[in-house]
Design a protein around this ligand. Sequence first.
Ligand SMILES: [Zn+2]
Length: 238
Amino acid sequence: MQIEPHNHGKKDLQMSVSSRRLFLLSSALFIAGCGTKKVTSTLPSPIWDYKPTLEEAPVVVPAPPTKLNVGAIGRSSWAKGNPIPRNMNRMLPIRYVTVHHDGMTAFKSTSRGAASSRLETIRKSHLRRDGGRWGDIGYHFAIDPAGRVWEARPLSWQGAHVRAKNEGNIGVVMLGNYELQAVNRAQLASLNQTLSELMKIYNVPVSRVKTHQEWAATACPGESLQRAMTQMRRTSLA
Ligand SMILES: [Zn+2]
């Protein structure tokens, strides 16, 4: 019996169609954040409506063991309520530090009481976000116009200050609106010290010390603070 030879003429030319990934970009660039340009009467908006997808849901890891040593004024000295753990995620290993302004009205008072009540205003406004789903003020540290450093959200919790980029990202807010006011020497020195300490403790290179507008379309942290940050990263933080 004759065996049919292999048919070498028929090559399988059918190529598998590689599947394409659809990248669903956010509908548009949100022009929001800590202070949309020139708006001074609104409450701070470091985050807009945002529901994390399953993929983005952070893994629970132990809290970082370190505590900042810049002499930050304790959270309990200003906050009129405790963090709500069920509305927060544990901090992931720290990789970034991001600088913001609060973007409300210009704020030049060097009074401790004024800074304290401004922080409480921000905390309350953040607690109302997303239908009350935030567990605390979104930032980890705040610096007032006198250069005082305030502890805000405890570092053991992930912050809520840059949309979809909060994992391992420490949020530092300068109280005031630096679209409308200039950064003063005292707070700049304090910011410099805070950032360099955080960089050292968490081994964060200067390339990962960012401002809000370097992550997303926002005026935050304002023109004057943005300029100061650019310079600081080239000089004292480099
Ligand atoms: Zn911001």
